[in-house]
Design a protein around this ligand. Structure first.
Ligand SMILES: *[C@@H]1O[C@H](CO)[C@@H](O)[C@H](O)[C@H]1NC(C)=O
Ligand SMILES: *[C@@H]1O[C@H](CO)[C@@H](O)[C@H](O)[C@H]1NC(C)=O
Length: 566
């Protein structure tokens, strides 16, 4: 049994969007691809779904409806009063839901089965995964491009459209371009309806996940562009429907928006961002949306409650001609050593946060190289060679955010309370937090171990000089009168090394628990290119582990041989 269509669906759909008779009606469908086997995954998807909904409403898209893929989600949506229908696939779990298993494949197809089931309600549709954030209503695109039946996004790293060209992607070809079906628009019509049904039927013949099968489906004989001026639109699927692609500067990805800001380069206004080009599964997607300041669904306490510590990273000047560098390995090694130095600084700030019982705001790390799943080309993805480095590191390039708080202290170490790097710019963070900042600056200019000195920074804000290298038991009493500041910003400007900024925990057990956790939170950097690794004797370092403690840790002291740089 492929799935079951519940009775409530029709009524809810009609409530969500007017019928076809009114020609300007659209329906947006979000397929929350929930996997019934794991409650954690469910929770994670629920958050994504609520974030999707927040932005859909903000964009004024009032014609949405959600497909709930399991009973819990259905109940939660119904009690929230959201238009939804049930689309359960009770058989998938038995076929295995891990990546590559048949149940997993079937779940990827659920958005196609939903399309199959609703297409003949006769709406034009915006079909969207829940890891897409909409900035504005895309329905107008169907009016702007009246000859296109199907408007898809792309997985490309760049667009060939000239700056100022907000039209369809000029270098899209249905046979050669990997398009993305996470967010697309469909114009209702007889042939489109036939195509949607054919797509769903294709499940039985096509062994891949739905997006790849969509490529195979549309690539038939008779694929050709329409005559000018519509040459960016193609006849596909036996010449029966037409399709075109929206450039990645307008339907953006986690890459084109966060790393490249491609819409600025191209002078266009984006409609959405799809949290792709991320690492670490759902948590990585969420982290990227947080990095973008687009994660809106944390409870109020996340923004309003408690106090915080962050760290001002001391960053080296980028080499003047860095963006002309051509040798991948030169760039990779610069990146790894620069990142190692930053992580060691963050380690010290993080320890202060833990010692003080405050949440840690991740600093904005600087990346001289991308993380990719293949060998980087000039430290970038191969089809985005032009954009400038360094960039702010996406959190998922560095951390496994699900490791911050998972597991017991005995096994996994100190449970961490963490905020995203743009926390102090987030619209939901109250002004009284944003403006309550104390810079704490360890400095040997103080020739005492039990005194502090207040200064005014260039911006008039308070800077507190404290003696360097104190442990928590000595430092925290000196900071007690400054608890009223919601944010303590540790400045490493006046110390020669991070180890001189803060001496860590007076209690060995606390150091050990903290270091246990620090060993779990990072991801790896990837990848060197096999072909050139040999020249540099790096064949065994295609992928590199990252470390919070390349120079020293509180529980084991300095690293032997100083393994700071890779
Ligand atoms: C597109 O791909 C289909 C299927 O492989 C093929 O039959 C067709 O000739 C191709 N068309 C073009 C223009 O490349
Ligand atoms: C539908 O497909 C047929 C070919 O099978 C074509 O002649 C017709 O123009 C198509 N209709 C539309 C509206 O594109």
């Amino acid at each position: 049994m492929r799935g079951s269509w519940r009775a409530a669906a029709g009524a809810l759909l009609t409530a969500a969007a007017p019928p076809l008779a009114a020609p300007q009606c659209y329906g947006a469908v979000a397929c929350a691809r929930l996997q019934a086997s794991s409650s954690r995954l469910n929770e994670a998807q629920w958050d994504l779904g609520m974030n999707w909904l927040h932005h859909v409403k903000k964009a004024g898209m009032d014609y949405y409806v959600l497909a709930a893929a399991d009973p819990q989600t259905s109940a939660k949506l119904a009690s929230a009063g959201e238009p939804c229908f049930e689309w359960f696939d009770e058989g998938a779990a038995a076929l295995g839901l891990r990546w590559g298993e048949e149940g997993w494949r079937r779940v990827t197809w659920s958005r196609v089965f939903v399309l199959d089931a609703i297409i003949d309600y006769g709406f034009n549709l915006v079909v969207s995964d829940v890891d897409v954030v909409w900035f504005r209503d895309p329905a107008e695109l169907l009016d702007r491009f009246p000859r296109a039946d199907l408007l898809v996004g792309l997985d490309h790293g760049s667009s060939d459209n000239l700056p100022g060209d907000s039209g369809l992607e000029v270098s899209f070809h249905p046979n050669g371009s990997d398009f993305n079906t996470g967010a697309y628009l469909l114009r209702y019509g007889r042939n489109v309806s036939d195509w949607a049904h054919a797509f769903a039927k294709f499940f039985d013949k096509c062994p891949k996940h739905d997006q790849v099968c969509c490529y195979w489906l549309v690539r038939t004989e008779g694929v050709e562009p329409l005559p000018e001026p519509d040459q960016r639109i193609f006849r596909v699927w036996h010449g029966r429907i037409t399709m075109a692609a929206i450039p990645v500067s307008i339907f953006e990805s986690g890459h084109t928006l966060f790393l490249q800001q491609l819409h600025k380069d191209k002078h266009v206004e984006p409609y959405n961002v799809h949290a792709t080009w991320t690492y670490g599964g759902l948590e990585g997607k969420k982290a990227r949306l947080r990095d973008l300041g687009l994660w809106m669904v944390d409870p109020p306490e996340h923004y309003e409650k408690g106090s915080f510590v962050t760290v001002d990273l001391q960053l080296p000047e980028p080499p003047a001609a860095y963006n002309q560098w051509r040798e991948n390995e030169d760039m990779v090694s610069l990146h790894l050593s620069a990142l190692a130095a930053q992580l060691q600084q963050a380690y010290v700030g993080w320890a202060l946060a833990v010692a003080a019982g405050r949440a840690f705001i991740l600093p904005k790390f600087v990346c001289y190289c991308e993380k990719t799943w293949y060998g980087t080309v000039r430290c970038r993805i191969f089809d985005a060679q032009g954009y400038p480095l360094p960039v702010t590191c996406p959190t998922d390039y560095v951390f496994q955010p699900d490791q911050f708080a998972q597991g017991s202290e005995a096994v996994a170490g100190t449970v961490l309370d963490v905020r995203e790097p743009p926390f102090l710019e987030h619209p939901r963070t109250p002004q009284e937090v944003k403006t309550s900042i104390l810079t704490i600056r360890p400095s040997a200019a103080l020739d005492c171990t039990d005194c502090v000195r207040e200064e005014k920074g260039p911006d008039g804000a308070t800077v507190l000089l404290v003696p360097p290298a104190l442990k928590d038991a000595q430092l925290l009493p000196l900071l007690a009168p400054y608890q009223r500041f919601r944010v303590w910003r540790l400045s490493l400007e006046r110390v020669g090394a991070p180890v001189r900024a803060f001496g860590g925990f007076a209690e060995a057990a606390a150091s050990e628990a903290f270091d246990r956790r620090m060993e779990r939170v990072l991801t790896t950097w990837c990848c060197r290119r096999e072909g050139e690794a040999l020249r540099y004797h790096k064949q065994r370092a295609i992928e590199e582990p990252l470390s919070m403690t390349p120079e020293f840790s509180f529980s084991s002291g300095p690293r032997q041989g100083g393994a700071a740089a890779a």
